[in-house]
Design a protein around this ligand. Structure first.
Ligand code: B12
Ligand code: SF4
Ligand code: SF4
Length: 348
């Protein structure tokens, strides 16, 4: 017989650091997505609206669902935070993209857990797994399942291990004992709102994605809106600033999991190094990496915007290096190089 306790014990053996259970229900916070999308703050992430019916109620995803098992994997490593970067010619790739693509790693772990659950529950088990790209509001279910609380920066924070977490779920028809929801412990802190370089946390618990550097450097397919290009500076893929400054991450433990350790070249590389990197070297670096989501042209586009923040000689070297690759004919890369060169002449 499948129980919450047994699933929790087993999940740890499969590499999950957190596990909790909630009922598969239509929680009030789930309604926020539709309002958020309607406000235009999702930008071009249409897939969120296309799946809004499923996202509002897990029983639309799996009609027989009774419980949601929420899982968390700590990906923090021993390296310093991007906010403490002292060498200005270095740039940051988001910590969640330093190692192997978490979608692949976590999905494999979910499969193992599900196989075990099927053995325990027998042939009547119905279940569905999600990690990131499924139509499930993962932070809401994680909060309901007691994995932590949704902070003012909108990240799920666990009081013991912080917010450097990948989230995943198993929706199932099994009636499992639910956990108590997480309790908000942000208190009067506003560090994430104060530190965000673009004011994207427009109010506590609300991120306007169209201002967020993570959105611009990972999700935006064409040119980044001119208003936000200069803000990219060092955040060339994703952005960790609102988690770097969160006091709950000061004592976050470090994961020894080889999957999350930074690949050589991704731990705060020099901008010029990334700009010079050949297509072949990038192909090797992006293999089974979460950075594939943006693709090389978009990554080089962001490097072009970042170059504009450097002193003229250094920026020119970086832009010349970007211009030497065949992807310089991509309109997004060409546009970024032209924009950055224009700023070098107009600003200085
Ligand atoms: C779209 C998306 C983004 C967008 C929008 C982010 C955002 N803040 O909404 C962008 C591209 C900007 C983004 C960035 C990042 N993301 Co993202 N993203 C997602 C995705 C696919 C959907 C999130 C979503 O629907 N957002 C829309 C908002 C409205 O919905 P929501 O996040 O569920 O928020 C609910 C709560 O905030 C709730 N709520 C909370 N408090 C309150 C208070 C009140 C008063 C009310 C009414 C409601 C309310 O209402 C919302 C509606 O459901 C999820 C995966 C998933 N399927 O859930 C990953 C996910 C949230 N992202 C993740 C990560 C790691 C990141 C980055 C850290 C990556 C990086 N380093 O660049 C940044 C963090 C930026 C940030 N501060 O959020 C992780 C978060 C893990 C964690 N600890 O929270 C997730 C869960 C993916 C995963 N499986 O691990 N992301
Ligand atoms: S990820 Fe960066 S840009 Fe986005 S809300 Fe956090 S600090 Fe702001
Ligand atoms: S920085 Fe402060 S306000 Fe922001 S999420 Fe962390 S504890 Fe909450």
């Amino acid at each position: 017989m499948l129980s919450s306790t047994a699933i929790k014990t087993r999940s740890a053996a499969f590499g999950f650091d957190l596990c909790g259970v909630s009922r598969a229900e239509r929680y009030p916070k789930l309604a926020r997505l539709a309002e958020w999308y309607a406000s235009g703050q999702a930008g071009e992430m249409r897939y969120l609206a296309d799946t809004r019916g499923e996202r509002a109620d897990p029983r639309v995803v799996l009609p027989t669902a009774r419980s949601v098992v929420s899982l968390g994997v700590l990906y923090n490593t021993a390296q310093p935070h991007s906010a403490s970067l002292t060498e200005p010619d270095r740039v940051a790739v988001a910590r969640c993209a330093w190692g192997t693509d978490y979608h692949e790693v976590v999905r494999a772990r979910l499969r193992e857990l599900l196989t075990w659950m099927s053995r325990e529950a027998g042939p009547d088990l119905e279940a569905m797994t999600c990690v990131d790209d499924g139509p499930v509001q993962e932070r809401v279910f994680a909060e309901q399942a007691g994995l932590g609380w949704i902070g003012k920066n909108t990240c799920l924070i666990n009081p013991e291990i912080g917010s450097w977490l990948f989230l995943a779920e198993i929706l199932t028809n099994v009636d499992l004992e639910p956990d108590a929801p997480g309790v908000d412990q942000c208190g009067r802190c506003t560090r994430c709102l104060d530190a965000c370089p673009t004011g994207a946390i427009v109010e506590p618990y609300r991120v306007d994605a169209t201002r967020c550097l993570s959105y611009h450097t990972i999700e935006v397919r064409d040119d980044v809106d001119e208003r936000w290009r200069a803000a990219i500076r060092t955040q060339v893929f994703g952005c960790d600033i609102c988690q770097d400054v969160c006091p709950w991450n000061n004592r976050a433990p470090v994961s020894g999991d080889p999957a999350w350790q930074p690949r050589p070249g991704l731990e705060f590389p020099r901008l010029i190094h990334l700009c010079r990197l050949s297509d072949e070297a990038w192909r090797a670096l992006l293999k089974a990496s979460a950075m594939r989501r943006a693709g090389l042209a978009r990554i080089r586009r962001s490097l072009g915007y970042a170059a504009a923040a450097r002193p003229a000689a250094e920026a020119t070297d970086a832009l010349d290096a970007l211009a030497s690759h065949s992807s310089a004919s991509d309109p997004r890369v060409a546009g970024a190089i032209a924009w950055a060169r224009g700023r070098l002449t107009s600003v200085r």
